[in-house]
Design a protein around this ligand. Structure first.
Ligand SMILES: Cc1cc2nc3c(=O)[nH]c(=O)nc-3n(C[C@H](O)[C@H](O)[C@H](O)COP(=O)(O)OP(=O)(O)OC[C@H]3O[C@@H](n4cnc5c(N)ncnc54)[C@H](O)[C@@H]3O)c2cc1C
Length: 411
């Protein structure tokens, strides 16, 4: 029987994986692949590439875990470091694969990639990786609500996507693959993403999430699940439904449960927005098509990126980000506001820096939030501003965060 290819994208898991289940239902032997796109490693005009070691190491760790899980089921994961179109074309030709199965993506570049691949070999795409995917809501992406609150109200009472059970047995491809594969570096995979999720939801820290999420830092001021949600090793839908279960067990958690659920709805919202507006979300003037006098000012950009601006709070955030690959949501909001609205620098440059440096970079969350904060996205108050000194008084009154990060040198 001809094989099929299962192309893992941002869904690096064997549980709650709808597209994978559909591939298994086809009964064809499966070749499991992941493609590390070599474009990510090319330096752009701003002097950095699209993936830092923070995210790359995290990705390796998720791939190692997935590969071992497949091996324990008598199968394997083939990893390639190349371009998705050429890899899939060559592999399909070599193995006579009948079709490729994968999850839909949402952003313009990925959608173009899907079209190109589908011209070479039939591509079966399934909606997934969301709580409310487009095939489960009563509206199509082209008319999905423009503002978050409207979107949230439309979906919040709908049943979330059905959770698909973990795959057990696999009919895997036994033939030879001669295309050059990529050997994964060893990584420490101690705790699984599902365990991390459950540890967090059972911790005392989660009880305080409803207010601690607004802080700059802390041991567990936030879930820190974003790197796993971004590469799909943690299912957002499983997290959402686990939150509902937690609430049934312990009604005292209501405020935290509701707040985290709203964040997961922001995540879905941006995906719908990308499906609706496509390439416009990568335009300097955004989907509002408004020229906001933003300049390609390299000197100001470098000062911002390297934590050398006139404001110590911005410097502290940028230093933490450069050193750890992570930043609180508040930190991200304030530094993006500062670059786009105070320094008036092209917001796309900031979004590109985040794409490079963030351990949890995810295209829709990143560019959607950047456009929002820069006044070219869907913020109803597009000229919203923040008083950074007041932010310090409110969230870091004893200057602990500032003392830790503001003067960290640019090494
Ligand atoms: C300018 C800017 C850029 C951002 N870039 C990214 C990015 O590349 N990747 C990313 O995952 N998040 C991004 N965010 C959203 C948010 O800051 C992070 O998801 C969050 O800080 C990650 O930490 P956490 O998992 O502990 O968050 P939690 O508060 O525990 O939230 C849980 C999950 O909900 C989702 N979520 C939370 N806040 C948002 C939000 N504002 N928009 C959409 N989804 C959200 C994320 O998947 C997150 O992991 C960005 C925000 C801003 C303002």
């Amino acid at each position: 029987m001809q094989p099929i290819i299962y192309w893992f994208r941002n869904d690096l898991r064997l549980y709650d994986n709808k597209a994978l289940n559909q591939a298994l239902e086809s009964k064809h032997p499966i070749i499991f692949i992941y493609i590390i796109n070599k474009e990510w490693f090319k330096k752009g005009t701003l002097g950095f590439n699209r993936i830092s070691t923070f995210r790359l190491n995290h990705l390796y760790s998720s791939l190692n875990r997935l590969q071992k899980e497949l091996q324990s089921r008598g199968s394997d994961l083939y990893i390639f470091k190349n371009n998705p179109l050429s890899t899939i074309s060559k592999l399909a030709q070599q193995t006579r694969a009948k079709a490729v199965y994968a999850h839909h993506e949402y952003a313009w570049y990925e959608l173009e990639e899907e079209k190109a691949i589908n011209k070479v070999v039939p591509l079966h795409l399934t909606w997934g990786n969301m709580v409310y995917p487009p095939d489960q809501v009563p509206f199509t992406p082209d008319v999905s609500p423009y503002y978050y609150t409207k979107f949230m109200k439309k979906v919040i009472d709908l049943p979330p996507a059905t959770i698909v059970s973990e795959i057990k047995s696999i009919n895997s491809f036994k033939g030879e693959i001669t295309l050059e594969t990529f050997k994964l570096p060893e990584t420490n995979n101690t705790v699984s993403p599902l365990e991390l999720m459950s540890n967090y939801l059972n911790s005392n820290a989660f009880e305080e999430y409803y207010y601690s999420r607004e802080l700059f830092e802390g041991d567990h001021y936030s879930s820190f699940l974003s790197p796993y949600l971004a590469d799909g090793s943690l299912s957002a839908n499983v997290l959402y439904q686990e939150l509902n279960n937690k609430l049934k067990e312990n009604p005292r958690l209501e405020a935290s449960v509701d707040k985290l659920k709203l964040q997961l709805i922001w995540r879905d919202y941006y995906r719908f927005l990308f499906l609706r507006y496509g390439r416009k979300l990568f335009y300097r003037h955004g989907i509002r098509n408004k020229n906001r006098d933003r300049y390609d000012d390299m000197e100001a950009f470098l000062q911002w990126k390297n934590g050398k601006t006139d404001h110590p709070l911005v410097n502290a955030f940028m230093n933490e980000l450069r050193t750890t690959g992570f930043l609180s949501n508040r930190g991200r909001m304030l530094v993006s506001y500062y670059l786009a609205k105070v320094l008036q620098v092209n917001w796309l440059w900031g979004a590109q820096w985040f794409e490079h440096i963030l351990i949890d970079y995810e295209v829709c969350n990143n560019y959607g939030n950047w456009a929002y904060q820069s006044g070219v996205g869907t913020d109803s108050r597009f000229n919203r501003s923040f008083n950074l000194d007041k932010q310090i008084e409110k969230f870091d009154p004893r200057r602990v965060y500032l003392a830790r990060w503001a003067n960290k040198s640019n090494s």
